[in-house]
Design a protein around this ligand. Structure first.
Ligand code: ADP
Ligand code: MG
Ligand code: MG
Length: 906
């Protein structure tokens, strides 16, 4: 079987094979080559070889193919590998199916040996050749020979210091020769043998190391965070070197075909003259802009021909890939070469803008636009901003610390952590954290994930911090150069002020501003238009894009989307975001309000049904008023109201001084109150006297609640409304429980109809949250109008994991791979999902028109939504702010049906 694919000079064996086989990089190189874009020749070893290699199979099987492909590269480049007179140098580059920025290791300038070095020096100058050798020895030693990189960095830093220069470009040939000698000595000392001096040994060492790097810790962490399967493997690309470090007419750079922060259609990028490889991203010197900015330093101004060629390439690539591209290029003696293209990571703002713009440009259709926005990215458009006034005041008050580049929009305020480990620790203590570093590196991923925001003092819009933050949807400011970070002293300094670890800092990822101390935040533009109505829709392109995407989504989705809302305010927000009803209104939240809790406690303390009834009479009008408000907001949309669910002791205090205070308010002795608390105490409250069990033992509680619902509905009908109450009985495990309580609901309904003369159309259903209920769904459904899966409790009871105690072992389970992820965040399809499927099937068999929804946390989780769609549920219900996410996720689930999963832009 063929495993090695040549590309070069307009010809690409791998064109059309795709990322699965060639990895993202290899596939991009093949496609670019086939389009006639200048790409240095090379070949790709496919991902299947990685899978074999990590299983212990040797690389011998591909040796002859590699030799043949290398021969073609030599021919195309006009140089031979290992030739002392005119040596071919290559890069060995990893490239997985899904891009993993900075995760895998690349080796440049491979093929430089004691024999080929003079040849390169003769052709291109000694200083240049030594610079290449230095870089090669450092990279190869680090990645292949496992000699830590910092040892080489120390040598370079010491040399720069000794020579009194700031940048490595100022070192002479003699300086570099000395650095190389010292580097080689380090290797000799560490390994007890010389640095490999045979080009073929170097090549195979590098190929093996790239394959191995698939399993390094950084790569594993990245895969875990981004849910990339471990068995995909990486491809290896071997490619002829071109040199951006050949003096001032050479350069290396990166570009985005559109602005990755805002999505605006403008060419965006940075470059560094006389540099190689990762120099731009690593932030060793401040990069320059591509487009003319009047400084005379841009690529447009300094190398206009290469710039024009880059613009041509940009258009070709956008047409070919029909998506925003992230490019890596090198210019050697004013000639442009493309080294990488991939779909660019972007913020949520940019995703929406690019998708809608591309529809307007005729590049993609509406359905494809939906696949270009990850549902989770919409959350970013709802993220808060700093109010302009407060920010100005803070700046006036001298709290402005500096300005960096706006790499990840949003407003973040938190305590400063100077290392990733500290960020993880501080975040675990529940504090919002802003990670502040000179520049992040792949080792910082976990810390970045834990932080509310990320601030770096070096690096550009394409630096590691910027790229990773964008991928995570984090607020991020990069390259705030006026701020000095002393990581060792755990302090930062700017404008004569300083801050230490734990101090508050505020960063604005939309403008790049950094302000010391805390700042309040304000609702996003979308909320200002939709909820506050302080901004006109026409004044906000962000809002318009958001609306368009969701309108397209609504045309495609089959699943209904409702919201979990307990108050009229929540209900209003839910409707604004497109909720088609309320899927869960929790009545106990209403009980906790200050004025009501006393009456609730009186009810709990009463020792007879009569006493409870008296207390409940005080609660009744208040509940009624709540329901009137909610019915009014929801109009003709259904409102599912869950009767009291938590155990009663949750409403009583259990510690001094609250006990004493409550006893006084209730006019009972502290002793009596304590006795009642003791009586109600349960060993396992979540499995105790709660839910419908309360309704069975204390029917007056449910009667009062149902009365409040029907009286409110009658009230709203009188006002011309058409409320649609759906009464939901929680925690049912047997059909007898349900039937008895359904009888109670019907009795109250009849009574109120008699009293008010107002008939109300209503439904009675149950939550399915106990495994037994899922299994006995047929019997329960007989008498029942709807099911709503309470997937939080259902997960808890199916696994037998207490939701409130799982934090002590779940992280370890996930870390050790016992569970793929937190089943409380994303539905466990195999187990809990099977119960959902069984209950749906059995329920519908017993009752064809049974309505089925989900009201647990999973109702707002895109991957769970995909499952609910496939299982044939009628709707999902989630928090009001996740309704847009659910609408888009439901549409994508419908679109991906039969296509084997939702496609991703990543
Ligand atoms: P990553 O996966 O981290 O993006 P790459 O394989 O793209 O790593 O390599 C990093 C950088 O090294 C590239 O952006 C490019 O600047 C440089 N590079 C890689 N191969 C070559 C080459 N053949 N010639 C010149 N530069 C190269
Ligand atoms: Mg790259
Ligand atoms: Mg529950």
């Amino acid at each position: 079987m063929k495993h090695v694919y040549f590309f070069g000079n307009g010809e690409a064996e791998g064109a059309g094979l795709g990322k699965e086989a060639l990895g993202g990089k290899g596939s991009g190189l093949a496609e670019m080559t086939a389009l006639g874009i200048p790409v240095p020749p090379g070949f790709t070893i496919d991902t299947a070889v990685c899978a074999d290699y990590t299983r212990g199979i040797s690389l011998d099987g591909v040796r002859s193919e590699v030799d043949a492909a290398l021969g073609r590269v030599e021919k195309t480049a006009g140089r031979r590998f290992g030739d002392p007179a005119n040596p071919l140098l290559v890069s060995v580059r990893s490239g997985a199916r899904s891009s993993m920025p900075g995760m895998m290791d690349t080796i440049l300038n491979l093929g430089l040996t004691s024999k080929t070095l003079p040849g390169l020096a003769g052709a291109s100058g000694e200083r240049f050749a030594l610079d290449c050798r230095r870089r090669f020895v450092e990279m190869y030693s680090d990645v292949v020979l496992r000699v830590p990189r910092h040892r080489f960095e120390q040598v370079l830093t010491a040399k720069k210091k000794e020579r009194g220069v700031a940048s490595d470009t100022e070192l002479t040939a003699a300086d570099l020769a000395d650095v190389v000698r010292q580097d080689e000595a380090i290797v000799r000392e560490a390994l007890g043998r010389d640095f490999p001096d045979d080009p073929r040994d170097q090549l195979w060492g590098a190929i093996g190391a790239v394959f191995k790097s698939w399993d390094n810790e950084r790569a594993k962490t990245y895969r875990r965070l981004h849910r990339i399967p471990d068995d995909w493997g990486t491809a290896v690309n071997v490619q002829a070197m071109v040199f951006g470090n050949r003096g001032e007419t050479s350069a290396t750079g990166v570009a985005f075909t559109r602005d990755p922060s805002t999505g605006e259609k403008k060419f965006y990028g940075e470059f560094l003259p006389n540099a190689q490889g990762e120099d731009v991203v690593a932030g060793i010197r401040t990069p320059r802009p591509l487009r003319s900015d009047g400084s005379g330093k841009s690529l447009e101004e300094t190398m206009p021909a290469a710039y024009r060629e880059l613009l041509r390439v940009r258009d070709l690539l956008e047409k070919r890939f029909r998506d925003m591209q992230d490019l890596e290029f090198t210019i050697e003696d004013e000639r442009l070469y493309l080294l990488q293209t991939r779909n660019g990571k972007r913020t949520g703002f940019a995703a929406v803008r690019i998708a809608t713009d591309m529809v307007d440009e005729g590049l993609i259709g509406e359905d494809e636009a939906l696949s270009r926005v990850e549902p989770e990215q919409l959350v970013q458009l709802l993220a808060p901003v700093f109010p302009a006034k407060e920010k100005e005041a803070a700046i006036k008050a001298g709290r402005f610390l500096g300005k960096g580049l706006p790499a990840g929009p949003g407003a973040a305020c938190g305590r400063i952590a100077f290392t990733a480990e500290r960020a993880v620790k501080m975040a675990a203590e529940g504090k919002p954290v802003v990670l502040v570093r000179e520049e992040t590196s792949p080792e910082d991923i976990a810390g970045m994930h834990a932080s509310a925001g990320i601030l770096t003092t070096r690096g550009g819009m394409t630096s590691h911090a910027a790229v990773v933050a964008r991928g995570m949807g984090k607020t991020c400011v990069v390259g705030a150069g006026e701020i000095g970070v002393d990581e060792a002293a755990h302090a930062l300094k700017a404008k004569g002020k300083s801050a230490k670890e734990g101090d508050w800092i505020s960063i604005d990822g939309t403008t790049g501003e950094v302000i010391s101390g805390e700042l309040p935040t304000r609702p996003s533009e979308v909320l200002q238009v939709a909820v506050e109505r302080t901004l006109a829709p026409d004044a906000s392109p962000i809002y318009r894009g958001f609306e368009r995407i969701l309108t397209w989504a609504d045309r495609r989705r089959r699943l209904g989307v409702r919201a979990n809302a307990d108050t009229p305010t929540d209900a209003r927000v839910a409707v604004v975001f497109g909720a088609q009803g309320i899927g869960l209104c929790r009545t106990e939240h209403m009980f906790f309000e200050e004025k009501r809790i006393l009456a609730v406690r009186q009810m709990i303390l009463a020792d007879s049904a009569e006493g409870r009834r008296k207390a409940l009479e005080k609660i009744l009008p208040m509940q009624r008023a709540d329901f009137v408000g909610i019915f009014r907001e929801m109009g003709e949309r259904p409102v599912t109201i869950r009767l009291l669910d938590p155990p009663l002791h949750e409403f009583l205090p259990n510690e001094e001084p609250a006990l004493g205070k409550t006893a006084a308010e209730l006019g009972v002795s502290v002793g009596a109150l304590k006795d009642r608390v003791r009586q109600l105490h349960e060993m396992n409250p979540m499995l105790g006297h709660r839910g419908c069990r309360l309704g069975i033992t204390h029917p007056e509680i449910y009667e009062t609640q149902v009365r409040a619902i029907f009286e409110a509905a009658a009230d709203v009908v009188r006002g011309g409304g058409k409320p649609r109450p759906e009464i939901m009985i929680p925690l049912v495990g047997t059909s007898a429980e349900f039937d008895r309580l359904k009888g109670l609901v019907d009795d109250v309904a009849r009574k109120i109809e008699a009293e008010t003369g107002q008939g109300i159309a209503y439904k009675t259903g149950t939550m399915i949250e106990i495994p037994r209920a899922a299994l006995r769904a047929a019997q329960i459904a007989e008498n029942c109008d709807f099911f709503s899966f309470g997937t939080n409790d259902l997960t808890q009871m199916t696994f037998g994991y207490s939701r409130d105690d799982a934090a002590s072992f779940l992280p370890a389970y996930i870390e050790k791979g016992i569970l793929p992820e937190d089943p409380f965040a994303t539905l466990d399809q195999a187990g809990v999902g099977e119960l959902v499927a069984i209950a749906t099937k059995r329920g519908r068999e017993a009752r064809k028109d049974l309505k089925i929804g989900v009201c647990g946390e999973h109702g707002g989780d895109p991957r769970s939504i995909e499952f609910f769609h496939a299982t044939g549920l009628d709707y999902v219900s989630c928090s009001p702010y996740r309704v847009p996410v659910a609408r888009l996720a439901a549409a994508r689930a419908a679109l991906s049906e039969g296509k084997g999963g939702v496609s991703s832009t990543a």
